[in-house]
Design a protein around this ligand. Structure first.
Ligand code: SF4
Length: 459
């Protein structure tokens, strides 16, 4: 049985080092601020969000038709299309493609789907050497960690952490944390690997039903080199990545990088249509819980996600706890609503790793009601008895209090009197984690209800 992730304990480890917490919060919030500026420059932003949401909703409603259309058109262009029901099937298909062709050295560009499938350790177990070519992902690979952010996988690390890691693994100067030097060291290390690779792997941000092509958005151009230098290219594509027509891409490409990074576009928006001359292209269409989510009236909405990371950048919990605290492939608000769908028990605590402030819903470019989905997951986890015992008892007591007006009024009066008269140290002390970073507010002279009764006659 999977052990539940203890996100609070993981977060405590991260914030124990103030430099990491402060830098992470500042950098991630910086991306949110860049996003706001980029959005302000597009007068039709809200119309684009509406359009993107409706396009996704339409595609998901007719997903079977669009998937078949994509397969037929991709095949016509010379690609070989494979279908994977789950992560295990995906990994087996990919490994077999490589082994059958004698490919042993693979360069891959960042793909959250391949992370989700646990592909890297699986391929390593089958004797294949897989090297990440995205700088952030390569840093994480060298450190044996998963990505802590969808777009910027090593955002939780300080420059000095990277310098120490490179010194250990690449023999660079541990005291040189100048970003250009670090990037150059990685470039020198990666280039020979590109040149001798037997195959390249990518994910896909979008797949177009009417053309059978797909699009990969990156900022480093690593996906393009990996996909074009070796003859063999394997792309893993989640079935929710479909869009009906090529012209729909304009909507999503305009939203993606602006939402995540605040830039107009990613540096590279690469379109792949069939194999290169003399080469092979394999597209693995992956389900891995997506059909089940699509069939759920409560949770289908999450399939609209374009993995922009905007909800992570704005989330006060994510910014302060770091992505690795979630103990899952996906972190931040999108992780909170995706991960329990893979394993209720293991990720049951994650929906409570949120303040429900609603900021994620406000920034989501495809209008997913992220905070509403978090609340729905809380209900599922509570109804299955998977909440931590202390929380479960507390919620039951709260439910009983709120269900009876007399109990509620009595609790209200006791609470108000306690805040007003008890010595401050009873609440504001080192044993109470709630007041560690917060001031206890001065209580009002009376409750809203008594004010209302006095001024509005209790109507
Ligand atoms: S839920 Fe919305 S904001 Fe969050 S990653 Fe997905 S598309 Fe972006």
């Amino acid at each position: 049985m999977s052990r539940p992730v203890d996100a609070a304990a993981n977060a405590a480890l991260f914030i124990a080092d103030p430099a990491h917490q402060e830098t992470h919060d500042r950098l991630v919030w910086g991306m949110r601020q860049h996003r706001d500026k980029a959005v302000a420059a597009i007068p039709e932003w809200e119309r684009l969000r509406d359009l993107a949401s409706k396009l996704k909703e339409h595609t998901l409603t007719h997903l079977d038709r669009y998937l078949e259309q994509f397969e037929a058109n991709a095949t016509k262009r010379g690609a070989q299309v494979h279908w994977a029901r789950d992560a295990a099937e995906h990994n087996e298909i990919v490994a077999q493609i490589f082994l059958d062709r004698g490919a042993r050295r693979i360069v891959k560009s960042k793909s959250m789907l391949q992370e989700e499938c646990g592909m890297m350790p699986y391929l390593a177990g089958r004797g294949l050497e897989v090297v990440e070519s995205d700088l952030g992902e390569r840093i994480q690979q060298l450190d044996h960690e998963g990505p802590s952010h969808i777009f910027v996988p090593a955002i939780h690390k300080l420059r000095t952490d990277v310098a120490a890691l490179f010194a250990k693994n690449l023999g660079t100067d541990p005291d040189d944390s100048e970003p250009h030097h670090l990037a150059e060291a990685m470039r020198q290390n990666a280039r020979p690997k590109f040149l001798r690779a037997d195959a390249g792997m990518t994910g896909a941000n979008f797949a177009v039903a009417e053309t059978g092509g797909f699009v990969v958005c990156t900022n480093e151009g690593n996906a393009d080199i990996g996909a074009t230098l070796p003859k063999l290219h394997v792309a893993s594509v989640g079935i929710e990545k479909l869009v009906p027509r090529a012209r729909d891409l304009g909507v999503f490409v305009r939203l993606l990088a602006r939402s995540g990074l605040g830039s107009a576009m990613t540096q590279y928006t690469s379109h792949f249509h069939g194999p290169k001359p003399g080469g092979e292209l394999h597209i693995v269409l992956v389900d891995n819980t997506r059909s089940a989510r699509l069939g759920s009236p409560e949770f289908w909405e999450v399939l609209k996600c374009i993995r922009c990371g905007a909800c992570m950048n704005t989330c006060p919990v994510y910014r302060r706890s770091g992505g690795l605290a979630y103990g899952a492939t996906y972190s931040g608000p999108i992780g909170v609503i995706l991960d329990p769908g893979f394993d209720h028990r293991k990720y049951g605590e994650l929906p409570f790793h949120s303040t429900l402030c609603g900021s994620c819903t406000e920034v989501c470019p495809v209008k997913i009601d992220v905070s509403g989905q978090i609340a729905k997951w809380r209900r599922v986890i509570a109804s299955e008895g998977l909440m931590a015992p202390g929380e479960s008892i507390g919620m039951k007591a709260l439910g009983a209090t709120l269900a009876h007006p007399a109990t509620f009024h009595a609790a209200e009066a006791i609470g108000l009197a306690a805040i007003a008269h008890l010595p401050r140290a009873v609440v504001d002390n080192p044993l109470n984690p709630w007041t560690k970073h917060r001031e206890m507010p001065t209580p009002p002279a009376e409750t809203f209800r008594s004010w209302h009764e006095r001024n509005r006659g209790g109507a």
